[in-house]
Design a protein around this ligand. Structure first.
Ligand code: DGL
Length: 266
């Protein structure tokens, strides 16, 4: 018999994007307690410099690890992962799972060999993305587009605010209007906010494309890393905001759909 183990899994993002990763993880591990942290005081990450992210994320995760004693941390944010994953792993004595653009699975399914990478401005300019493209999509044309607007659209959707098709169309034009864009057949949602609005994007794409992201792979990785561990008798879900304000509190109904039934601030 495995002992009861109350330690949660901690998911970390700048905002609500990491919920797309949490959602896949809950499918595989419904027995887990989860702490979901939104760094609302630091949001958005995508328009920040590398130095700002590299200074902020490891320090914050150190404080969070001390406070919540997680069994494992998932950096459910491509921007933070592509910039600070190595520094976080070096600083914390805990398994750390990162979220990096799903270029490898995209290259495996692309027939036209033209792939789009849709992320934040900070993510799409990272050398990490150059390396993924060279290693896994060497024979593909890899088009990139950074969009802060799409992050805001996903946040608005989660807040239950209406968003217009034209806004999504304008974001996609950033990829489809590039040379070769007419041959795109796979788009990597390389920001965890974007799978939350994948249906809206698919509905306005100028031709049929497939959208891929890393969340299912991350869920499998979490399951592997926690194999054989005990679980809480009564799993719970907690949302933590680094700045708690009316906007954070207004998210309560949306958060409860992801099993996060309590909210607190750091
Ligand atoms: N969700 C984050 C990502 O995966 C970033 C959103 C933002 O804060 O700009 O990149």
């Amino acid at each position: 018999m495995t002992d009861v183990d109350d330690r949660p899994i901690l998911f970390f993002d700048s905002g609500v994007g990491g919920l797309s990763v949490l959602s896949e993880a809950r499918r595989l591990l419904p027995q887990a307690s989860n702490v979901y942290v939104a760094d609302s005081a630091g949001f958005p990450y995508g328009t920040k410099s590398e130095a700002e992210i590299a200074a902020r994320v490891p320090a914050l995760l150190g404080r969070l690890a001390e406070r919540y004693h997680p069994r494992l941390i998932v950096i459910a944010c491509n921007t933070a992962s592509t910039i600070a994953l190595a520094a976080v792993r070096a600083a914390l004595d805990l398994p750390i799972v990162g979220t990096v653009p799903a270029i490898k699975p995209a290259a495996l399914i692309s027939k036209t060999r033209v792939i789009g990478v849709l992320g934040t401005d900070a993510t799409v300019r990272q050398p990490y993305v150059d390396r993924l493209a060279a290693e896994f999509a060497g024979d593909c044309l890899v088009l990139r587009h950074g969009s802060a607007e799409l992050v805001d659209l996903a946040e608005a959707e989660l807040h239950g605010q209406p968003t217009a098709d034209d806004c999504y169309r304008a974001v996609l034009a950033g990829l489809f209007d590039q040379p070769g864009g007419d041959r795109l057949d796979v788009i990597v949602n390389a920001c965890t906010h974007f799978p939350l609005v994948a249906d809206r994007l698919a509905a306005v794409a100028p031709h049929a494309v497939r959208f891929v992201d890393g969340s299912a792979g991350i869920a499998r990785r979490i399951a592997t890393l926690t194999e054989g561990q005990g679980w809480p008798e009564r799993p719970h879900g907690l949302a933590v905001f680094t700045r708690r304000d009316a906007a954070a509190d207004a998210l309560a109904p949306a958060l409860s759909r992801f099993g996060l039934t309590a909210i607190e601030s750091l």
